[in-house]
Design a protein. Sequence first.
Length: 563
Amino acid sequence: MEVSSHPSASPLSPESVQQTGCKPRRIGDFVYDLLTRYEIVSLTLLLVFVFIYAAVASLHKPLWFDELFTIIVATQPTLHKFAQAMPPEGNPPINTLLTRFFIHIFGLTEFSVRLAPMFSFLAALTGIYVFVRRECGVVFGLLAVVLTLSQPAWEYSFEARPYGLLLAFLMLALVSWQSATRAADGTPRQSRHLALAGIVIGIAGSILSHNIGVVEVGVPLLFGEAVRTYSRRRPDWPLLATALAVIPAMAITLPMIRHTNSVIIARSPTLTFPLNLWKVIKYGEWAQKSWSAVINTQFVLILIVVVLATWAPRFMNRSRQTHELDDRDDSDVRIAPHILSAAVGATLLIPITWLAMMSARGWYFCRYGIGTVAGIAILTCLLLARNRIRDRAFVVSLLALFALTYVHNFYHELREHRPTTAADKLVYGDKSNLPIVVSDPLLYPTVWWYAPAGMKDRIIYLGDAQALLEGPYGLVEAGLLAEKPFTSAPLKDYNSFIRTHDHFLLDLGQPEPTAALKDRLVEAGYTTTLLSTEGTERLFDVQLDPQRPPEKSVQGQTDHKSR
């Protein structure tokens, strides 16, 4: 047999790769193919890890004011009492009903009251994955999930409030709308009854989860369907009729919103209308303070840089070379304009809900636009895929980077213990048997909830419906006092209390306006003596001053002294 003087290269050798025009497989290719082949396993493992992380993190976070409102309503003995207690809670009933169900099954624990948002957040992540996976593939779908988890808003997955549920219904509506448009625009056209039913459930569920739900779910759908209608040059009447079919949900929530306004908002002096420039500035300050609890600004800037950097060669006449190097898939990724538009609408939910709430309430928290977090993740993945970023190592590296960040946070969460607040140390350590008045209405429910059984009757909040504290605490106090008939927490009337108590303790928070209570007691004839300090909390001994001239005291205090 004749042997060539130039032996042929091995099929796996670099020479053969160069001759055939193929590229050697890298670790990124192997991981990319592995995730694609086992997509169900990959997604399931990721969601299980998220659930475990949320469960562990929830054990380290004390229940706070809003969550305890959910518990108060959910634990009412009858559905009639449940309905009566709903207005101060401030939201439609779905999340609270689910919390009531889990408490009935598992008992009243921190874990049970947070199960509804945990499962809801997992459903939302699944929706994000499905939405992106249909457009860009498995790995981009997983990347969208990890990007969502990398935002601070993921902590609402273990908070007993409706934000996880709101995000889940938003994604149900978007995924169903995506299915409906594919079925209608494809060839041949397919049945979309199930998709239209999903849109109805998603929109109605959003409306019945949060008062801002109609804006949360409506904006992305309107953005997407408006662009789709323009592209098709005709409306999709069956789809539009389906969206209008959920108007009855508004008939349920609008009376509840009006009742909440009359019980809480109308009683707060900080929310009077019309809005002026000062109120708009304060309104913006509230939003700015809550921004970091939802969006990581540095993280968003990194994503913007990544997207712009990958798009830059296209606008510098290098696209041909880039495509030759990066085009490793068999098919091109073309994202429909209406899909991109829906993602843009979701990304803009925080500023849009900010404007919507300005005319409705006068205060705002960025968590009301929690869909922005999903929008950022979805839009980033759509833009990367649309720009033919097909280098598998690049995509896998992004996925690994944010996944490792998430694991790192989980590791530190396992090492953390429940934080002990300054109020805990001051209040729970007192042995005097005197009543302890907690001045901060936002902190009071948590201090009372975690107090030892023997101290619960001693921990008191003083409220005055006729003279609510000024500033944002006025709204908090109004909600707290409105729940007085439905809780065993000792919420006392200020005037009645000072007429019957000469001596008590006062836990005073450092920030204003809680200090106003101390000043008010001094004006009423009491002397205050600082007993101890812990962080920003101060514990005072408060006694009626026997030398106080009666004519300088308030009328109620004069009556008390005459007795």
